[in-house]
Design a protein around this ligand. Structure first.
Ligand code: BGP
Length: 460
């Protein structure tokens, strides 16, 4: 049997914008998602926007009973900045009441809340001033973080600053997927730098707030790079891919320094961001207590034929490599490669001081899941059970090799809304029926997860 430690955190993850719904009500101001949906609804799958997501705003209490029923001892969600501080300065009493009740209810039911501050949801008022491109965003975020720690620090011990900071950088400023859909490497680097400084200032505020038993971390998407071949060029492409996508945030968060090599590469390519005196010290002094890693897929890379100077896009450093015969989740187009989780575990042990870390997201999104419903309406999602079990097997190997991993969170608990994909791909242990007041129905994977938690492991 593969058994995990007694204190292991078992749970699931989600975010405010993807689950709460009521996104323009109860005192909340619009985020860029709300505005973008107004401007360009055709960009969203089947016109499914952020306004009405899984209605957790009204249903959190019954959902928490469902979590308890599965035996979950932890749950991650986020605060919507625009619900807590609609204008960035003054708290919204309805937002405070909602989050306070939500987090207390989790605690009361033995479910440790892990609360994240930013999950791609930039306030519109700040976006109008330039979003993460303006240095003002760093102070605005630090103020928001401080407000959240002061208001909820008595209830919440585990905090994270950002979810996948790379995503709002690359989707918003490199590849045109998210608002403001800019394609400009230099601006992307500036956005990344301000995000890092916002994270750093939030950690500083956290230390000042002296949250009792509090721990703070950051959640990063990890797609470890694997080179097409052992040629010097391909290995260099791999190194640059890891530098840009992994080390850029992991090194400052854990070691308190921006990798020198990254600075050197950006200098050569005239991509260095504007910085402020004192930033270096702030980064050095405000490292994290733990790391969350979202793992879905590896990154296969090969060397580009020519390296342009200055680089216009990360593709000037590394290109995707299409590995023949790879396993793939066809709905999302993502490779399935559980072995990477073992490599990640070893990397955390050997290169990151064996800092406490957890798998903060892992899961499988499948379209038209109703195809798999049995005669009682239960989704027979054996593919999801297999996916999670294979990943846990690799994680367990990593833990046995000494990696300091303290938990596993599946994405997600109840099916949730996903950015431009709306409700196309479903990830939850519970199906959400959009036609029927967001009714939740347990899937087979939920029953399996319950058993796994009860036994604190599985046979294989
Ligand atoms: C992660 C995000 C989540 C979630 C998940 C699934 O990158 O943190 O917000 O959406 O991916 O991906 P998707 O919804 O794009 O299928």
């Amino acid at each position: 049997m593969r058994e995990f430690s007694q204190a292991f955190l078992w749970g699931a993850a989600a975010s405010a914008p993807q689950t709460e719904g009521h996104s323009l009500e109860n005192g909340k101001s619009p985020s860029t998602w709300d505005k973008w949906y107004k401007i360009a609804p055709e960009k969203f799958n089947e016109g499914q926007g952020p306004e009405n997501t899984s209605n957790v705003y009204e249903m959190y209490s019954e959902d928490i009973q469902r979590m308890k029923e599965l035996g979950m001892n932890s749950y991650r969600t986020s605060i919507a900045w625009t619900r807590l501080l609609p204008d960035g300065k003054h708290v919204n009493p309805e937002g405070v009441a909602f989050y306070s009740a939500y987090f207390k209810e989790l605690k009361k039911n033995g479910i440790e809340p892990i609360i994240n501050l930013f999950h791609f949801d930039m306030p519109w008022w700040l976006m109008e001033k330039g979003g993460w491109e303006t240095r003002e965003s760093v102070d605005a975020f630090a103020f928001y973080a401080k407000t959240a720690f002061e208001l909820f620090g008595d209830t919440v011990s585990y905090w994270t600053t950002f979810n996948e900071p790379l995503v709002h950088i690359e989707c918003g400023y490199l590849y045109g997927y998210h608002y403001p859909a800019v394609v400009d490497f230099k601006r992307a680097v500036q956005v990344g730098y301000h995000t890092l400084m916002a994270h750093t200032r939030a950690v500083e505020e956290f230390r000042n707030a002296k949250v009792k038993n509090g721990r703070i971390g950051i959640i990063l998407n990890i797609s470890p790079a694997y080179a097409r071949s052992d040629s010097k060029e391909d290995l260099q492409a791999k190194e640059l891919a890891d530098l840009i996508n992994t080390k850029s945030f992991l090194e400052p968060a854990v070691h308190g320094v921006i990798p020198e090599k990254l600075t050197a590469v950006f200098r050569t390519h005239h991509l260095l961001p504007k910085i402020k005196v004192g930033d270096k010290e702030l980064i050095r002094e405000n490292t994290v207590d733990f790391i969350g890693l979202n793992y879905y897929q590896p990154r296969r890379v090969q060397a580009p034929e020519h390296v342009r100077v200055p680089a216009q896009t990360p593709a000037d450093f590394y290109l995707p490599y299409d590995l023949p015969n790879k396993r793939i989740n066809p709905y999302r187009g993502w490779e399935i490669y559980p072995e990477a989780l073992y490599d990640v575990a070893v990397m955390m042990k050997e290169e990151y001081k064996n800092i406490p870390w957890y798998v903060s997201e892992n899961g499988m999104g499948v379209a038209e899941e109703e195809r798999f419903a049995d005669e009682n309406g239960m989704i027979q999602d054996d593919y999801r059970i297999l996916f999670i079990q294979e990943h846990l097997t690799e994680l367990h190997k990593g833990i046995t090799a000494g990696s300091n991993c303290f938990g596993y969170h599946a994405w997600t608990f109840v099916d949730c809304w996903s950015w431009l994909n709306g409700y196309r791909n479903r990830y939850g242990f519970y199906r959400v029926d959009l036609e029927n007041h967001y009714k939740r129905t347990l899937k087979k994977s939920g029953i399996w997860y319950k058993e796994l938690i009860k036994r604190n492991g599985f046979d294989n």
